[in-house]
Write a protein that binds this ligand. Structure first.
Ligand code: MLT
Length: 393
């Protein structure tokens, strides 16, 4: 008899954003003329930067002839991209990351979900509550049962500290999805010190780092002293450069970072991740990687920054409009997400906004128990739609 992976019975049958998409589709079907404004899933709406488009066109032309044709790419991604990442995202911020510690992929979601394959079934995993559901669901799918929740609430500014945490792995995401909170250097350093002391590991998701405007807020865990021995970082071009449909991200696994075998011997994680990726993945396309490389040109940097600024202005408008209507709001400053205290059932609030105002948000309960009572509003939309949503609210 074929035995199913019963761990799937321990997670919700539908992924959060798939559930929302179903509800929105049903509402649209019942109300074909409704002009629905989507402020739910964090999906970009602005076009790719001109320099990215030009680079991708050039790459398509190369693929059109024999002379510069590219088949399978190098296993970790093209050096032209990894070297720019190391220089601009790390060296320029004082973080020591080498190009050969960077693994280019088709997005941070897959990497965040796949990384847990490197660890034993019995490791204890700590996550924030509320949290991006991928961290929890992928561990539960793999049979891990020891998932510990770190409360993120208004009292701690949505940034939990390591005190009392005895997990082996902690997932941290700053700027945070869903609350929009940012962590200070001191707060992240406390986690790095904790991890080094306990031989634990930080899985740091900085997919939203491009939204940081407040000086002094770290963009990378590797800005903290000692992070090379205890952290892996995930980055994405999705929100930074509008690549949600193009698909490109990368993961940084420093040489020094390790886990331990049953006999206590140290096992380096970088070769394991290399083994995993080369076995199960064949890389992001050449065209995509040329597009990602263009993000690091001077024009690419200023064009993508302007687009992020545009979304940040949307976030400011939403945040201030809701605050003026008496809501308690967090996030939306160094983040595209505004976290709104709706003082009630978040799915009920979501349904009410959808049915009465044709506005899609994300109910906080979808991110965990502590998300109940909140909704997340995404700033990824046109100015016109954001202003209209504010009017409807
Ligand atoms: C979100 O809305 O939380 C994100 O778009 C999800 C993701 O990046 O996978």
């Amino acid at each position: 008899m074929l035995h199913v992976n019963e761990n799937y019975a321990r997670i919700k049958p539908t992924y959060l954003f798939a559930e929302i998409a179903h509800r929105v589709a049903a509402h649209q079907k019942a109300n074909p003329d409704a002009k629905i404004i989507r402020l739910g899933i964090g999906d970009v709406t602005e076009p790719l930067a001109p320099s990215v488009i030009a680079a991708m066109h050039r790459a398509v032309d190369e693929e059109a002839g024999r002379e510069n044709f590219h088949g399978y790419g190098p296993e970790q991604g093209y050096a032209f991209l990894r070297e720019k990442i190391a220089a601009v995202d790390y060296a320029a911020r004082g973080a020591d990351i080498k190009a050969d510690e960077i693994f280019v992929s088709d997005g941070a979601k897959c990497d965040c979900g796949n990384i847990q394959e490197l660890f034993g079934p019995d490791v204890a995993v700590a996550v924030g509550d509320p949290v991006y559901p991928v961290y929890v669901d992928t561990n539960v799918m793999a049979g891990r049962g020891d998932i510990r929740l770190l409360p993120c609430n208004a009292a701690n500014g949505f940034v939990p500290g390591p005190d009392g945490c005895t997990a082996d792995i902690v997932y941290l995401c700053y700027p945070n999805n869903p609350t929009g909170a940012v962590a200070t250097k001191e707060q992240l350093q406390a986690w790095v010190d904790w991890a080094n002391e306990r031989k634990a590991l930080i899985l740091f998701d900085s997919a939203y780092e491009a939204f940081i405007r407040t000086p002094g807020i770290p963009h990378s865990i590797f800005e903290c002293t000692g992070a090379r021995t205890c952290a892996i970082e995930f980055r994405s071009f999705s929100k930074t450069a509008g690549f949600t449909g193009v698909r490109c991200g990368y993961t940084v696994v420093p040489e020094e970072v390790a886990a331990y075998a049953a006999d206590g011997s140290r096992v380096s994680l970088k070769p394991m991740w290399m083994r995993r990726q080369t076995t199960k993945f064949n890389g992001a396309s050449y065209i995509t990687q040329r597009g990602a490389e263009a993000v690091y040109s001077p024009e690419g940097q200023s064009e993508t920054k302007a687009t992020v600024d545009f979304y940040l202005e949307n976030a400011r408008l939403v945040r201030e409009a809701l605050a003026a209507r008496g809501y308690t709001v967090a996030g939306g400053v160094d983040s595209p997400y505004v976290w709104v205290d709706v003082k009630g059932d978040s799915w009920a609030f979501f349904d009410k906004l959808l049915k009465e105002s044709n506005i899609v948000t994300t109910p906080g309960a979808g991110f965990g128990k502590a998300g109940e009572g909140y909704i997340r509003i995404s700033a990824f939309n046109s100015r016109e739609n954001v202003l209209e949503a504010i009017d409807r609210l």
